[in-house]
Design a protein around this ligand. Structure first.
Ligand code: SAH
Length: 248
């Protein structure tokens, strides 16, 4: 019997992968990888390994997920060491939990290797600490992509419950999100930032008060993948922006 490693590849900069994740990729017979995974990471895999890009699977999420689940079970049942490689952390909006449940149901042994999540790493590269004793002692990680009928994001509470709000997959809904937050008590003067392609050489950052964020994003044509950060911690960027990336 083989086994499956559900692995976080980190947020974009390939050096942000963990040592354990790298070892798993080196040992893998089969790698099922997602669109947001930095392809450079695959270079360390065995030449004989089978690398399957899951980004080209059917558009329908359910069909895509079914196909991935079936492939994991198929290869593990054939005695292969399977790595399911995902951007960031597999349990942060990565469907890692669903995949682990599926493997449990099919009696396949699995392991989770956490990764550096984009919502913390992208702001860090942009000079924004998600907590700071002066500017914010709490943060929430929220999805901006809501599936109606499922667990909807409770903007009414989130607007004022935490100091820093970090939103994944929020670009499409940005105007609605900004409106909801302000309607529910978050000041329009609160500073906000959007980081596109965080931690990569293509990283782009815009900052603006919450009430002007939508216009600013349009002006700079910021697109996905992007992280939205709202809170006073964003002001730290003025002094903590690193100008150049650390390269080893
Ligand atoms: N599991 C991933 C998140 C997957 S959901 C993690 O832990 O990071 C996909 C969303 O993550 C994107 O829509 C975007 O909001 C965010 N994201 C992923 N990589 C990113 C990057 N390099 N820069 C900015 N946002 C990113």
């Amino acid at each position: 019997m083989g086994e499956v490693y559900i692995v976080g590849a980190g947020p974009g900069d390939p050096d942000l992968i963990t040592v354990k994740a790298l070892k798993a990729i080196q040992k893998a017979d089969v790698i099922l990888y997602d669109r947001l995974v930095n392809k450079q990471l695959l270079k360390v895999s065995k030449p004989s390994s089978l690398r399957i890009f899951c980004g080209e699977f059917p558009q329908s999420h359910t069909m895509k997920q079914d196909r991935i689940n079936q492939l994991m079970v198929k290869y593990a049942s054939n005695g292969k060491m399977v790595v399911r490689l995902k951007g960031g952390d597999p349990f942060v909006f990565g469907r890692g939990g669903e995949e682990a449940s599926y493997l449990t149901k099919h009696d396949i042994l699995f392991h989770i290797i956490p990764g550096v999540t984009a919502g913390i790493a992208a702001p860090a590269y942009a000079g924004i600490p998600v907590t700071h004793r002066e500017f914010g002692n709490s943060f929430a990680i929220v999805t901006g992509h809501q599936i109606s009928g499922k667990k909807d994001v409770k903007w009414t509470h989130i607007a004022t419950a935490v100091d820093t709000i970090i939103i994944y997959m929020g670009m499409k809904q940005l105007p609605v999100i900004c409106d909801e937050l302000m309607k529910n008590g978050r000041s329009g003067e609160t500073m906000a930032a959007i980081i596109e392609n965080g931690t990569t050489i293509n990283q782009k950052v815009v900052t603006a008060p919450l009430c002007h964020l939508v216009e600013e994003v349009k002006k700079h044509s910021i697109a996905n993948p992007a992280i939205i950060v709202i809170g006073d911690v964003v002001t730290c960027r003025e002094t903590l922006d690193q100008k150049t990336a650390a390269v080893f």
